[in-house]
Design a protein around this ligand. Structure first.
Ligand code: PMP
Length: 367
């Protein structure tokens, strides 16, 4: 009907149109197999090609060194909140891990890890997740089995702009909401994991990138499907993997490659988020972002209307008018309220421009 819909969902989120069209084209007949990818055996040569290509493309995009394994697992980011301590707490006898908690997702991961070992919060729980305490204040334990952090806190819009220094302790990172949106030096990490449904595909598959020497330390009670050694020994095919989600992920990797790789995604992320942050900065207090300038997320932009206290009625009106205009899923997470624009890789620069135009007009009508 010609109506422009733009999806700013925090996840499951927008996929590139080209990926959806590609999937649609071969939905009933995948590359002359006569069947859909959904109907292929996970042990077939056809599916092997799919999973191997997805892995190869990811390795190219992220320059993953040869001593790292790539796993395609189930259970989401939340599954990894358990899998990480189950596999890694035992790296050192003390079964202790350091957690850097700058938002709800890392806090949830820390809470889960407490079931499996001793958790050390490297700084006291924050009252508000709007900043990252200076690393000089962190109380890191040199005897920790690993140090854990979340690179981008999806709910609060707090993103690390640097890699934490851990002095040799393996670093574990939840990159669910910013993976492939910026260059990362994989060799600085022990484990990187990410659910697919934000930047790299649809729900159902969770990517785990793990340095080989950290494999093989799982607790004896670790469920077999979460055991990194068993999963890597079977190339993620110990049991039936989420085949279709792995296929879609591969198409997204191809699309990123075609767009110009991580470099292009990074530049676009800066462009898109700056458009919104600049408007907020120049709105003379009409729009506000609660997050410190130094750690504002390029992926999830949280916005409040009104100051010093947010005007919730006006925010509600904003969201209603936005939805009517075709700007979807701009509501902030239910735990924080307000507005949140998620600007993942698939969201185009012109789509962010449309949002800024809408926000500008809304401000002019209501200030
Ligand atoms: N980590 C982060 C940073 C997230 O944003 C989310 C989901 N929004 C999760 C973990 C949890 O992922 P899942 O819902 O796939 O379990």
């Amino acid at each position: 009907n010609g109506r422009r819909i733009i999806n700013f969902s925090a996840g499951p989120a927008k996929l590139p149109e080209a990926v959806l069209e590609h999937a649609q084209k071969e939905l009933l007949n995948h590359q002359d197999t006569g069947v859909s990818v959904m109907e292929l055996s996970h042990r077939s040569a056809d599916f092997s090609r799919i999973i191997n290509r997805s892995e190869k493309c990811l390795r190219d995009l992220l320059n993953i060194p040869d001593n790292y394994k790539v796993l395609f697992l189930q259970g989401g980011g939340t599954g990894q909140f358990s899998a990480v301590p189950l596999n890694l707490m035992g790296l050192k006898p003390g079964k202790t891990a350091d957690y850097i908690c700058c938002g709800s997702w890392s806090a949830k991961a820390a809470q889960e890890a407490e079931k499996f070992g001793k958790v050390n919060l490297v700084f006291p729980k924050m009252k508000k997740y709007t900043s990252i305490p200076d690393p000089s204040t962190w109380n890191l334990n040199p005897e920790a089995s690993y140090v854990y952090y979340c690179a981008n806190e999806t709910i609060h819009g707090v993103e690390f702009q640097y890699v934490p220094e851990t002095n040799g302790v393996p670093l574990v990172c939840d990159m669910s909401s910013n993976i492939l949106s910026r260059h990362v030096d994989v060799s600085k990490y022990g484990v990187i994991f990410a659910g697919a449904q934000k930047n790299i595909g649809c729900a159902g598959v969770t990517l785990v990138i793990i340095r080989e020497d950290l494999i093989g330390f799982a607790s004896e009670v670790c469920p077999v499907i979460f055991d990194y050694k068993i999963q890597s020994g079977n190339n993620s095919l110990y049991n039936t993997p989420p085949t279709y989600s792995i296929y879609i992920m591969g198409l997204v990797f191809d699309w990123i490659q075609e767009q110009g790789g991580v470099d292009r995604m990074d530049k676009n992320a800066v462009t898109k988020s700056s458009l919104v942050y600049d408007l907020v900065r120049n709105s003379q207090g009409f729009y506000n972002c609660p997050v410190d300038e130094s750690c504002r997320s390029r992926m999830n932009v949280p916005i409040r209307i009104g100051s010093p206290e947010p005007d919730e009625a006006l925010e509600k009106q904003f969201l209603e008018e936005a939805t009517k205009a075709g700007y979807l899923q701009l509501k902030g997470h239910r735990s924080v309220g307000g507005i949140r624009a998620s600007l993942y890789n698939a969201v185009r620069v012109d789509e962010a421009q449309h949002l800024v135009e809408f926000m500008t007009q809304f401000m002019e009508r209501n200030r």
